[in-house]
Design a protein around this ligand. Structure first.
Ligand code: HEC
Ligand code: HEC
Ligand code: HEC
Ligand code: HEC
Ligand code: HEC
Ligand code: HEC
Ligand code: HEC
Ligand code: HEC
Ligand code: HEC
Length: 408
């Protein structure tokens, strides 16, 4: 074949596509070690080195930048200033200058008018908000000027979709970050989440998801974070992401959920500290339940599965230690109750047929172990003996044939 320009181009394109596919295949594994403590979404999309303010072409030149904070604080620094909105809600108008100064924004020298771009003095542009919530929904849009990357991430989140469907109470930027008091969240040098910020995350979500927070606080994960500031356990965002939180009730989320747990529970360095087995994923995948879920995830990720995933047995926000005397799965009644959710007829000895997370060994599940061992020795021996037999037989025939040829 002659290599024309067209075929050369074709081959090049094919090569690039192949390389891209290969990169995608190894990508999650390669991205993971970067930021072991962070959430999985942040690991997949590492932080940009600098703020998007530098890159964003849409950023308007801040008008009236010469208006200093004093001009605004002359009124807004007065304690107890408030106004009443058309629906009767009170809007508090006092801003604490010291808190603003100490905040991440104050430290950057941002002024009132950096964010409140339409304001030059008093009177203000007419207030169109009907309620306190309207004020938030109008003003949070200003974050976009400087943090467009975060803004774009939120567009596809479950919170934005809830807003779009007409529920105004879903979280926007300022529900999680008070613009006037927000402290630094990341280390300016390394861009890593600061330990004190990490511990605060569940409280941020608790403002609106208090029932889940209360469960989490009691769980093996939450009690370690909130009680001891332990950085090894997951906060809400390690499992859900932050700005692009997706709907966790879908079939797709359920099917991939074992991978969320596995990120930590297959990490030997993290688990060794607690003496927790790292075989929980491979034993789960080898199990009839897990095998089916894994196959399902590959073939039909949007179909619901009735096979259990980690959280069907362990719980979600209320996961407890397996040896917890009240809720632990090592307690037989608790385990049986878990099986009965899907195997209603199960009786007390039903779980015995199941290997749990144990790799069969001489001490545990010994029957299975010895049967496996037997086959592991038996099958290679049988095949080996047969091979030797076939080979020697073949050799003998060849020699005989040669002898016969020599004689004739
Ligand atoms: C003379 C006092 C005064 C000064 C100076 C003043 N404000 Fe106000 N501000 C008010 C009052 C009163 C309200 C209540 C709403 C209204 O009357 O418009 C208010 C409301 C606001 C609000 C609430 C939301 C809205 O859309 O009204 C913001 C934001 C605000 N001011 C920002 C600023 C900024 C930024 C400056 C400095 C450029 C500033 N204010 C200077 C008195 C003042
Ligand atoms: C980083 C951007 C930013 C800076 C800097 C900033 N604001 Fe705000 N401000 C906002 C946003 C966003 C809101 C809406 C918050 C909400 O209610 O959800 C707001 C709300 C307000 C309100 C309405 C009451 C309230 O607390 O929601 C007033 C009044 C106000 N700001 C005044 C000021 C003054 C005065 C300064 C300077 C001393 C200032 N702001 C600095 C972004 C900023
Ligand atoms: C005029 C530009 C500007 C606007 C508008 C603005 N910010 Fe910022 N913000 C900054 C800068 C600059 C920093 C410091 C960034 C850094 O050092 O990485 C910052 C820091 C932050 C941080 C801490 C980042 C960290 O890594 O610790 C948060 C959170 C934040 N902003 C949220 C908001 C929210 C929410 C809004 C809207 C209410 C907003 N910002 C509006 C410029 C802005
Ligand atoms: C549901 C709560 C929530 C909402 C809504 C939210 N954030 Fe955040 N944000 C967080 C948490 C928690 C962190 C710290 C975790 C992290 O950085 O991974 C964070 C981190 C940040 C940071 C600093 C860390 C970084 O990666 O640079 C910035 C800047 C920021 N958010 C801006 C915004 C802006 C702008 C919006 C709105 C478009 C927004 N956030 C909406 C919870 C929220
Ligand atoms: C200002 C209130 C508010 C805050 C703060 C908030 N949320 Fe939400 N969230 C909502 C609302 C409202 C919904 C939609 C209604 C619902 O399903 O509960 C929602 C929905 C969700 C859902 C989807 C629920 C479902 O059934 O599909 C998840 C997951 C979620 N939030 C996680 C978080 C996490 C994690 C945080 C903290 C980083 C957080 N939220 C902070 C108000 C909030
Ligand atoms: C160890 C991982 C993990 C942690 C930590 C976690 N979640 Fe979840 N969350 C899940 C999973 C998995 C589901 C889906 C459960 C289901 O489908 O039954 C879920 C479901 C949800 C839902 C929607 C369903 C519901 O029960 O209303 C919300 C809202 C939610 N989580 C918020 C939070 C908040 C807030 C926190 C922190 C206090 C948090 N989650 C911590 C894994 C986690
Ligand atoms: C069918 C129910 C079931 C499923 C599905 C399941 N587990 Fe378990 N898990 C158990 C039981 C039962 C135990 C307690 C075993 C024992 O007796 O020590 C356990 C123990 C554990 C332990 C403690 C191990 C130790 O060394 O103390 C961890 C961690 C764990 N599971 C994580 C997971 C993860 C992660 C998944 C999903 C990949 C998962 N489990 C799926 C039932 C289940
Ligand atoms: C961010 C890392 C991380 C993630 C994600 C995570 N875990 Fe854990 N988990 C831990 C750590 C660390 C401990 C030990 C905490 C301690 O003992 O103080 C733990 C403890 C446990 C235990 C108790 C084991 C025992 O000692 O008996 C179970 C069960 C468990 N996790 C199940 C899960 C399940 C199921 C998921 C997914 C829904 C999950 N974990 C997600 C880090 C994680
Ligand atoms: C979320 C639902 C669910 C939970 C919880 C669950 N299973 Fe299953 N299990 C299934 C499904 C579905 C099958 C597959 C049935 C089939 O393919 O015929 C299955 C199959 C089995 C089988 C294979 C034999 C059979 O009946 O087909 C055993 C043994 C089994 N499960 C044991 C357990 C044990 C022990 C527990 C508790 C620790 C448990 N299961 C918890 C859904 C569940």
């Amino acid at each position: 074949m002659r290599l024309t320009k067209r075929t050369a181009l074709f081959l090049l394109l094919g090569g690039v596509l192949l390389a891209a596919a290969a990169a995608l295949a190894v990508w999650p594994a390669a991205a993971a070690p970067d930021r072991p403590d962070g959430n999985i979404w942040a690991q997949a999309f590492p932080r940009p080195p600098a703020l998007s303010i530098l890159k964003s072409p849409a950023q308007p030149a801040p008008p009236a930048q010469e208006i200093g904070n004093d001009a605004c604080l002359a009124c807004h620094g007065t304690p107890g200033l408030s106004t009443r909105l058309p629906n009767g809600d009170v809007l508090y108008l006092t801003i604490d200058p010291a808190a603003l100064q100490a905040s991440a924004h104050g430290q950057q020298g941002l002024r009132c008018v950096s964010c409140h771009t339409g304001f030059t003095g008093y009177p203000h542009p007419p207030l169109t908000a009907q309620s306190r919530r309207d004020v938030t929904l109008q003003l949070y849009q200003s974050c976009r000027q400087c943090h467009n990357d975060k803004y774009e991430l939120t567009l596809d989140s479950v919170h934005q979709r809830t807003l779009a469907s007409g529920n105004p109470n879903a979280a926007v930027c300022t529900d999680c970050h008070n613009p006037h008091t927000q402290a630094r969240l990341t280390d300016p040098g390394s861009r890593q989440l600061l330990p004190e910020a990490r511990v605060q995350i569940p409280q941020t979500c608790a403002r609106c998801h208090s029932a889940i927070y209360d469960e989490y606080k009691q769980s093996v994960h939450g009690s370690a974070l909130i009680g001891q500031g332990n950085p090894d356990v997951p906060t809400c965002i390690d499992c859900h992401g932050v700005h692009n939180i997706e709907d966790p009730t879908t079939a797709a989320f359920r099917l991939k959920s074992p991978n969320i747990c596995a990120r930590c529970h297959t990490d030997p360095a993290r688990m060794a500290k607690y003496g927790i087995s790292t075989d929980v994923l491979n034993t789960y995948v080898a199990d009839f339940h897990g095998t089916t879920v894994t196959l399902f995830e590959k073939q039909s990720p949007d179909q619901p599965t009735n096979k259990p995933v980690c959280f069907d047995c362990h719980g979600v926000h209320d996961i407890s230690r397996v040896d917890d005397p009240q809720h632990g799965l090592r307690v037989r009644d608790n385990l049986l109750r878990t099986c009965q959710k899907c195997h209603p007829g199960a009786t007390l000895n039903f779980p015995d047929a199941w290997l749990s997370h144990y790799i069969p060994g001489p001490e545990r599940n010994s029957l299975v172990y010895y049967v496996q061992l037997f086959y592991r020795i038996f099958i290679p021996t049988v095949i080996g003996v047969m091979l030797i037999f076939v080979l020697t037989d073949l050799g003998r025939r060849l020699i005989e044939r040669r002898k016969g040829a020599a004689q004739s």
